[in-house]
Each structure stands twice: as structure tokens, then as C-alpha cells.
Ligand binder design. Structure first.
Ligand code: SAH
Ligand code: TYD
Ligand code: ZN
Length: 406
């Protein structure tokens, strides 16, 4: 039995992925003694409907000066965050000299827009390396973890905020009530909290179990987000589906009673009920689908290996850490994983020790099969990989089920 991080009720886990490493900690070859592992179990709280990891590494194990995820590696995501920032500016920055805060601002992919518009902004980013990149672009950034305590300091220095933003961060933070209390305090009476994260309904629908890794302590729904923030006097006033990260939801919240509630909220809640995300059985079925997916992927890779085919991975995503460690896929199946992020190159994947190589090693000597770990960027990748197709290369994916495509 574990205790729900949101409401304190007891729950049992519905899936155990076994020992998992820190997903974004790519390691120099051979330096395996200090590798950190934890038992990754996921549970569903029947009381507040939150899906959550039963335990998670300490935050400093994950977010530090060697954090390997640089947001700006995707051109598509740059455009996505530009549009996100534009919508916030137009809709919610209507006061004189508005102030916008972002939690987990990384290399400044979102905040650069507010900076370019000469608006008052503040990025809060604990991982030093990426925070430095943002600073070097002239983006106002503090190198700290957001919390209720930090909110007080921000108010003392800047005053209250019109908008508090975050993308792919809220679901990383187990101390959600410190965050909620901090945001409630920081927001002006008409201020909004707007954040997006991978959406539980998409994870269930696509069996995209790779969205579950050390950093993703929660998988949110409108239902569970409402329950989590209610006690801080915040209510969901809008929700908008996003295609990013394999299917995400953007939640907008405001102080209770201060905004009109969009029809989207009611519709989405009805959809979630229809999907059964408020029922334990749905997660038990998901667990079975995950096991099937694993068996099929292993079967496919084993047969390709027997046929002597060369398989290379495409995109050393954090998500791939769960797939590789859970399925037991190492260098015996995959020669290397190609990735455009310099800090990952020359290192090996956490736990399974597959080499990560620069993109050029893929493009200069194309394999027969490429296993698409960055499946969430499929459109962007397919648009630039015509050569692979011309050379009769084949793609392998496991989303929504294991299959090969050309
Ligand atoms: N918003 C970016 C980055 C997401 S990665 C994007 O969507 O691309 C998650 C980021 O959250 C990391 O940069 C990590 O350092 C940061 N983070 C983790 N815990 C945090 C906390 N308590 N406060 C602020 N940022 C945090
Ligand atoms: P991403 O799927 O954004 O995130 P996560 O780590 O949260 O699962 O990571 C994409 C990774 O794939 C990142 O390391 C960069 C890499 N990548 C490429 O190598 N080539 C590409 O064309 C794209 C879009 C990403
Ligand atoms: Zn709960």
C-alpha cells in the first residue's frame, strides 16, 4: 500500500516496471558504479483519481547541472511555445506592465518570446546548465526549484503575476501542494495558471507506457487536476488538447469564481468518464496491454537479429529509458541510438548502456531498420528523412502497437 501524494488515501499499484534508472542521466561508457536505480511502480488513487509513481528519486538526482533535455532541439516545439506565449499575451496579459512567470523554463524556449516583446518575465529553472543557456539569451532566469517559499520571494521582488506557466514540468513534481499554494499566492486576483503535460487518456489509448519514467510522477486528467488544485482555491476554467509529446492537455486555472468556465471543461470531463479513467479496471487492462507490447517488440527485435539485420535507434528520448529497461533491450539488439543533443552523444543509455551517437553516424551509414524512440516528433522527422526511405530503410514503432512502416 502507498499513500496518494494528492489526498493521502491509500492505493495499490497496478503495474511494476521493475528497476529503472534516472531517464535523462546518460553516462560516460564504463562509469556504471554510481548509476542510480529505483523500483518503478505506478498506482491509481480511487479517491482523487490521480495516477502516480509510488516512489521517485530525489529531485537533485534528476535536475542538476548535467540535465540532458534541452527544449530547443525541436523546431516544432519552438513554434508551439511561440503560439502558447502569444495566446497568453493576448488573453491574459491585459493589465498595465504585466508579469509572467514560468516554472521549468529550461533553455528559454517559451520565455524568449516574452523577452522579445519586452515584457516583464521570470523563468524558474533548477537545472543549471539549461538555465545558463537561457540567461545567455538575455532571459531573466533564477536557478532554483519553484515552491511556496520561492513564491514568497518572487512576490517580494516582483509583485504578483498575471500568468504562471509551465509545460512538461507540473507532472514532474511530487510536492504538488507546495506548488499549488505558491501559485495561488503568486497570482493576481484575475491571474491564471496555465500548464500542459502528457494526457492520461492518450497514454491509455496508445499504450504509450514510455510516458512513465522517473520524472513523470503524475499522469494528469482534468478530473485529477481539478481535485489537486481545488484545495488551493484554484479551479479549471479551460482545457485544450495539444498534439505535442504524443498527446497532451493544456489546463488553465484561475482563482475560484473569477472567470467564466469554458464548455470544454464539461465536455472533457464527460470524455474522461467515457474512457473509464476514473476506474481501476481501466488501468489493469492498460497493464496487460503494456505487457503485450513488450512481448511483441522483443519478438520483432529477436527475429530481425536472427536475420542479421542492422537496427539503430532514432532519438535517445527519456521515454526510451523505460522501454529499454523494461523490455531488457541493450546493445545486443540495437547498435546505437542517434541523437542531435551534444550532451547525450558519446555517452550510453541509462541502465542498458547502448551508445548514443551524433546524427551523422545515422545519416552517413543508414541501417536497415530504425527504431523510432522519438515517435512524438514523427511528422518532423519523416519530413526530413526522405533519404532513409530512398535507401529502403524501414521504421519500427511500438506506438500505438508494434509495427513496421516505410
Ligand atoms: N518547459 C520545457 C522543459 C521541460 S523539462 C519544455 O516543455 O520543453 C522539465 C524541466 O523542469 C527541467 O528543465 C527541470 O529542471 C525543471 N524542473 C523540475 N522541477 C522543478 C521545480 N520544482 N521548479 C522549476 N522547475 C523544475
Ligand atoms: P523528446 O521526445 O522531446 O523528449 P523526452 O526526452 O521527454 O522523451 O526528446 C527528443 C529527443 O530526440 C531529443 O534527445 C532530441 C532527439 N531528436 C533527434 O535526434 N532528431 C530529431 O529530429 C528530433 C526532433 C529529436
Ligand atoms: Zn488521491
Amino acid at each position: 500500500m502507498a499513500k496518494c501524494l494528492v489526498c493521502g488515501s491509500e492505493y495499490e499499484s497496478f503495474i511494476n516496471f521493475g528497476k529503472q534508472p534516472v531517464a535523462n542521466r546518460f553516462i560516460p561508457p564504463g562509469e556504471y558504479e554510481s548509476e542510480y536505480f529505483f523500483e518503478m511502480k505506478v498506482g491509481f488513487c480511487e479517491h482523487c483519481k490521480m495516477v502516480q509513481l509510488e516512489n521517485q528519486p530525489e529531485r537533485e538526482e534528476m535536475f542538476n547541472e548535467t540535465y540532458a533535455f534541452y527544449s530547443s532541439t525541436s523546431e516544432y516545439m519552438k513554434k508551439h511555445f511561440q503560439k502558447f506565449a502569444e495566446s497568453i499575451k493576448n488573453k491574459y496579459c491585459t493589465t498595465e506592465n504585466p508579469f509572467v512567470v514560468e516554472m521549468g523554463s529550461n533553455d528559454g524556449i517559451m520565455m524568449q518570446n516574452f523577452k522579445n516583446w519586452n515584457m516583464r518575465h521570470l523563468g524558474v529553472e533548477p537545472s543549471k546548465n539549461v538555465a545558463e543557456v537561457a540567461r545567455s539569451k538575455g532571459i531573466n532566469t533564477i536557478n532554483e526549484f519553484f515552491s511556496e517559499e520561492l513564491a514568497q520571494k518572487i512576490i517580494a521582488e516582483y509583485g504578483q503575476a498575471d500568468a504562471f506557466l509551465s509545460a512538461n514540468v507540473m507532472c514532474h513534481i511530487p510536492y504538488i501542494h507546495s506548488i499549488g499554494a505558491g501559485i495561488a499566492m503568486l497570482l493576481k486576483p484575475k491571474g491564471v495558471l496555465c500548464f500542459e503535460d502528457p494526457y492520461i487518456c492518450e497514454v491509455i489509448d496508445k499504450t504509450s507506457y514510455d510516458q512513465i519514467y522517473d520524472e513523470h510522477v503524475f499522469l494528469f486528467s482534468v478530473m485529477s487536476v481539478s481535485a489537486a488544485f481545488e484545495r488551493h482555491g484554484l479551479e479549471v476554467i479551460d482545457c485544450e488538447y495539444q498534439i505535442t509529446h504524443g498527446g497532451s492537455m493544456r489546463y488553465t486555472l484561475g482563482h475560484k469564481g473569477q472567470h467564466q468556465i469554458s464548455e470544454n471543461v464539461k465536455k472533457q470531463l464527460e470524455y474522461e468518464k467515457k474512457m473509464g479513467i476514473d476506474k481501476l479496471e481501466t488501468y489493469q487492462q492498460f497493464a496487460k496491454n503494456v505487457e503485450n507490447s513488450k512481448n511483441q517488440l522483443l519478438e520483432l527485435l529477436t527475429s530481425l537479429k536472427k536475420e542479421g539485420k542492422r537496427v539503430v535507434g532514432y532519438g535517445a528520448t527519456s521515454k526510451s529509458t523505460t522501454v529499454l529497461n523494461y523490455c531488457g533491450i541493450g546493445p545486443e539488439f540495437i547498435d546505437f541510438i542517434s541523437d542531435t543533443t551534444p550532451i547525450k552523444q558519446g555517452k550510453v543509455t541509462p541502465g542498458t548502456h547502448i551508445p548514443v551517437r551524433p546524427y551523422e553516424e545515422f545519416s552517413n551509414d543508414m541501417p536497415e531498420y530504425a527504431l523510432l524512440f522519438a515517435w512524438n516528433h514523427k511528422d518532423e522527422i519523416m519530413a526530413k528523412e526522405d533519404d532513409f526511405k530512398t535507401q529502403k530503410g524501414k521504421w519500427i514503432t511500438y506506438i500505438p502497437e508494434v509495427h513496421i512502416f516505410e
